[in-house]
Design a binder for this molecule. Structure first.
Ligand SMILES: Cc1ncc(COP(=O)(O)O)c(C=O)c1O
Length: 465
């Protein structure tokens, strides 16, 4: 346990340096502030003091208005497994647009069938409905579960992020285990927090306890098989299998939120690697091939509640842009590519992930700072292309749960989330929450470059510790 360090002097220095490094992005930020809240959309992109404003992107790199070629580990919120703007997708889209196909949303076509067929085959789901964002997918999956079971309570993991939707906005930030949990947004019904049970990740005992206490009132348990925004940690096999068993025992719908993990670790869902078949799976990010595609996929008897056979009980029509033809063309092209190249893509991503985690840890160690990356694989997930450095005050600190890495008394959260990001931007390297995801377009040279940049950053940080 430790009190957070004060980095304000170094942060101010870095911010001033960054303003000199990127004057055009700084000026564009001033302009953006006149019309947009905080100068843009999606708060995670709006780095303080201002974000780099992009003009192009290719592979592992993006270019900003100041002419910097930035090595990017954010990769479209972890979506772009083949890097930015891969030829295989852009050429398919260019051909389609030239032939007069792509923006005629409002109809349906063979593409929707083809993508749904791939998703069912690769995830074991029976039915799919498309939508346009991960948040809509998780919200609709929860509505389906509540309608199917006729129960109200939703269980989720503390620190788990399922998108900005009502049930997902409870138990997200680290709150020192504070109970009762409250909605982390104004504007939501007060009663909502009473409908959500917050449990801990990788804690089968607590899960059993929560099922014992609430099981007969629970509609669903929504959980990521690989924790994303909460800190990049895989579920233990025991935890996920226990979740499956308890859901069966109490008649609770198991929703695996695979918005990040779907098609990132294999050409399909991650639940399969645990031998766990969920009742519903939510998918987005990778499956869109860089376009906004999301889906709920799962058991026919649950999914039918949003269709005619189920009396359209659940109002999950999909939305104007659901199954958008250009988006689904990108999705089909990417998913087909991933299925066909599975044996090359995923071992390569895993190798790059392992090298990245090592490079970051080595760089900090060389400057006398202890860093341990999360994003590592385990017995079920054999390789991982995710990496984020954690800076625990105690080297023996377990990093199994979002609370372990987001408690400022246990880990140097300010260094990971803000200082490191800003300092790396001065090195023309882009990370979010301190890390990110690899794509097949990253190379060993890129990782060496990251390692050198981390070393220079670590040297500066060390002086402020
Ligand atoms: C696991 C998980 N679920 C859901 C979402 C929400 O997805 P979206 O941002 O597309 O709404 C996210 C977004 O980061 C996510 O990581």
């Amino acid at each position: 346990m430790s009190t957070p360090r004060d980095y304000s002097k170094l942060t101010n220095e870095l911010a001033a340096e960054y303003a000199r490094h990127s004057p055009k992005s700084a000026a564009l930020n001033e302009r953006a502030l006149q019309t947009m809240i905080d100068g843009g959309s999606h708060s995670l992109r709006l780095i303080k003091p201002f974000p780099p404003r992009l003009v192009s992107a290719r592979g592992a790199y993006v270019q900003d208005a100041d002419g910097h070629t930035i090595l990017d580990f954010w990769q479209g919120h972890y979506a772009n497994v083949l890097g930015h703007n891969p030829d295989v997708i852009t050429s398919a889209l260019a051909r389609a647009f030239e032939s007069g196909f792509g923006l005629q949303t409002g109809f349906t076509d063979e593409l929707q069938v083809q993508v749904a067929e791939i998703l069912c085959k690769q995830t074991g789901a029976e039915r799919v409905r498309f939508t346009t964002s991960g948040a809509l997918a998780t919200m609709n999956a929860i509505m389906l579960a509540r309608a199917f079971t006729g129960r109200e309570l939703v269980m989720k993991v503390g620190g788990g992020w399922h998108g900005a939707q009502p049930w997902g906005l409870i138990g997200v930030s680290f709150m020192s285990g504070a109970e009762p949990w409250r909605a982390e947004s104004a504007g939501l019904p007060d009663a909502l927090a009473r409908e959500v049970v917050v449990t801990r990740y990788n804690h089968p005992e607590m899960l059993r306890e929560h099922f014992k206490q609430h099981g007969n009132r629970l509609a669903c348990f929504i959980v990521e098989p690989f924790m994303g925004a909460g800190g990049f940690m895989p579920a233990t096999g025991d935890y996920l299998q226990t979740a499956r068993e308890l859901c069966n025992q109490y008649g609770v719908v198991l929703i695996l939120d695979e918005v990040i993990s779907g098609f990132r670790f294999r050409a399909g869902n991650l639940g399969a690697l645990y031998g766990v078949q969920p009742d519903l799976t939510t998918l987005a990010k990778v499956i869109g091939g860089g376009m906004p595609v999301a889906a709920v996929a799962g058991r026919a008897d649950i999914m039918k509640l949003c269709g005619r056979d189920g009396g359209n009980k659940v109002r999950f029509p999909g939305g104007t842009y659901s199954g958008h033809p250009a988006s689904l063309l990108a999705a089909k092209t990417l998913l087909t590519y991933l299925v066909e190249h599975e044996s090359e893509v995923y071992p390569r991503l895993a190798q790059l992930g392992a090298q990245t985690r090592q490079a970051i840890e080595d760089a900090f160690a060389a400057e006398g700072i202890f860093a341990r990356c999360t994003g590592h694989p385990n017995d079920a997930v054999r390789g991982s292309s995710l990496a984020v450095p954690q800076f625990p005050y105690d080297e023996k600190q377990a990093l199994l749960d979002p609370d372990d890495v987001n408690d400022p008394a246990k880990c140097d959260v300010e260094l990971r989330d803000h200082l490191f990001q800003l300092a790396l931007l001065l090195e023309d390297v882009h990370v979010v929450h301190g890390g990110g995801a690899l794509s097949t377009m990253h190379t060993e040279q890129d990782i060496a470059r990251l390692g050198e940049a981390c070393r220079r950053v670590a040297r500066r940080v060390k002086k402020s510790m």
